[in-house]
Design a protein. Structure first.
Length: 510
């Protein structure tokens, strides 16, 4: 089986060396196991890169553009070295922008002052997309749809910030200024921000986290109610029959659905994913207790998954395996049982910092292995970049050397499109004593190439960016020429082509 369940035909050809070198020949047309490369693993391996309060990037406000780029490239390089395949970059923290926007101001977490552009000028999101794609990584743009601002920030607010431009949408709640999800203007405004990015940037996904209605704030021991009474009464006066909690959930439901539908209308291959709080409701499943996100954040994440308004769902399962009341595997199993449409279900997981866990690297590896064994789960998103950059508690080492020892393709999204690209066109020949491989599409755009080489009876796999169209292999003491080469094309929906496979025999000395 090649590349999951897709059965690939074998294309055998006679190859002749150039410039009078010894002949290379394809073996007779046979399809034994020795000629077929191993299947390539499908696993979503994501990494959250948080920008709010400079958690991951940039390391501090006001760095010049060269330093910002240097730090971002270090994160992308580490992601590629660890064989991750998706970076989830926070681009809108609090109705601000980590990209050139005509709607919202530059983020103060980027430059130290709201509305101030990087110096010298550049577009961080454009840079991040290009550099991620160059490394074969997907780049998902992470938005906070409702958070407007932390109230204790002291820097001046620009005239184009939503708190000034649309104060009628903004509510003061605890330490936050928040866009009211009940306002149609809020939904229209945040949707316009998301779609502006979808249209202008070559992103691979749109991502929301767990913030919908805000986490409850307290005055003393008393929980503060979100200040939406005016709109709630207006809803009732117009004949609305829902209870207030249901009405709040419906406000969020309608927004989530509208985002999904707008993205698919504009660019069907751009995935939409949400990472809700890991417990949908206490007692689901029965042994689980904890925070009730359904009743406190008014986000019915189970409904979004059931309705098909998500391409991927990554509940934040930040508890260790052995913590019974919030058990990682028990919660993951429950979420998988809700995944009736077989969308991409992921574990949002920490990489370190659990309570009462003596070995963080071992816990990290254990949770990933449990996710791999769970039916209808397809990978994980790791929280967050800084521990992996620093290799805190050896968490990066265990990923690189053990857990992610082989590369993986992001799972396909057949509900979006199931059409596979055509077999790639592959050419090989000797030039100056080197084996040169060149390839191209047989029709249609290619997002990635899967190049597999058999050397000394062992297959190795590379996942390459679609812009790459060749590779040169120079034989030497540490580099042997392959006995076989296989190439597959992968499109933006994750669908893989049949394989073009050369069996190389009769290699002479050059």
């Amino acid at each position: 089986m090649l590349l999951e369940s897709k059965k690939s035909g074998l294309l055998f050809a006679w190859l002749h060396s150039l410039a009078g070198c010894a002949a290379l020949a394809a073996s007779p047309a046979q399809t034994g196991a020795d000629e077929s490369p191993p299947s390539v693993q499908r696993e979503f391996r994501g990494l959250w890169v948080a920008t709010v309060e400079n958690i991951d990037w940039p390391s501090q406000r006001g760095l010049d553009s060269a330093r910002q780029k240097q730090e971002l490239l270090a994160i992308l390089d580490r992601a590629a070295a660890l064989r991750l395949n998706v970076v989830v970059l926070q681009v809108r923290d609090s109705c601000d922008a980590f990209y050139e926007s005509k709607i919202e101001p530059w983020s103060e977490y980027l430059t130290g002052r709201m509305g101030q552009a990087p110096s010298p000028p550049y577009d961080p999101l454009e840079f991040a997309v290009a550099e991620a794609h160059r490394r074969g990584l997907e780049l998902h743009a992470w938005f906070n749809p409702y958070r407007a601002r932390l109230r204790d920030l002291k820097t001046p607010v620009t005239t184009n910030h939503v708190t000034v431009k649309h104060p009628e949408l903004v509510r003061s709640y605890g330490k936050y200024l928040w866009l009211d999800p009940a306002e149609q203007g809020t939904r229209d405004y945040s949707l316009s921000v998301v779609m502006d990015v979808v249209r202008r940037y070559d992103i691979d996904g749109v991502h929301f986290d767990d913030y919908f209605y805000p986490y409850p704030e307290k005055a003393g021991d008393q929980e503060i109610s979100f200040p939406d009474d005016v709109l709630w009464r207006r809803y009732q006066e117009k004949g609305g029959k829902m209870a207030q909690a249901d009405w709040r959930r419906d406000n969020v439901d309608r927004f989530v659905q509208s985002v999904y539908e707008a993205i698919k209308k504009e660019k069907p291959w751009v995935k939409f994913g949400i990472s809700p709080f890991g417990i949908w409701r206490p007692s689901h499943p029965p042994q689980i207790s904890g925070f009730d996100s359904y009743d406190k954040l008014y986000g019915d994440s189970r409904k979004w998954l059931a309705e098909g308004w998500l391409d991927y769902c990554a509940p934040q399962l930040y508890w260790p395996v052995d913590q019974k009341a919030q058990s990682f595997p028990i919660l993951l199993q429950w979420w998988a049982s809700q995944n009736t449409r077989h969308r991409t279900l992921l574990a949002g997981m920490k990489v370190n910092g659990w309570k009462n866990v003596p070995d963080d690297a071992r816990e990290e590896a254990r949770e990933i292995e449990l996710t791999r064994r769970q039916t209808d789960a397809s990978g994980e998103i790791l929280w967050h970049a800084k521990p992996l950059l620093r290799n805190t508690d050896d968490v990066a080492d265990i990923l690189q050397n053990q857990v992610y020892a082989e590369p993986a393709l992001v799972p396909a999204s057949p509900w979006l499109n199931a059409d596979a690209p055509g077999k790639p066109l592959l050419q090989a020949g000797f030039e100056g004593g080197e084996l040169k491989l060149t390839w191209k599409s047989s029709g249609g755009a290619v997002w990635q190439w899967v190049l597999q080489k058999k050397t000394g009876g062992h297959w190795t796999t590379e996942i390459l960016a679609g812009a790459k169209t060749g590779e040169t292999i120079k034989p030497g003491p540490a580099t042997a020429l392959p006995e076989a080469v296989a190439l597959f094309a992968v499109n933006r929906f994750g669908n893989a082509s049949g394989g073009t496979i050369y069996l190389l025999t009769g290699v002479g000395t050059h």
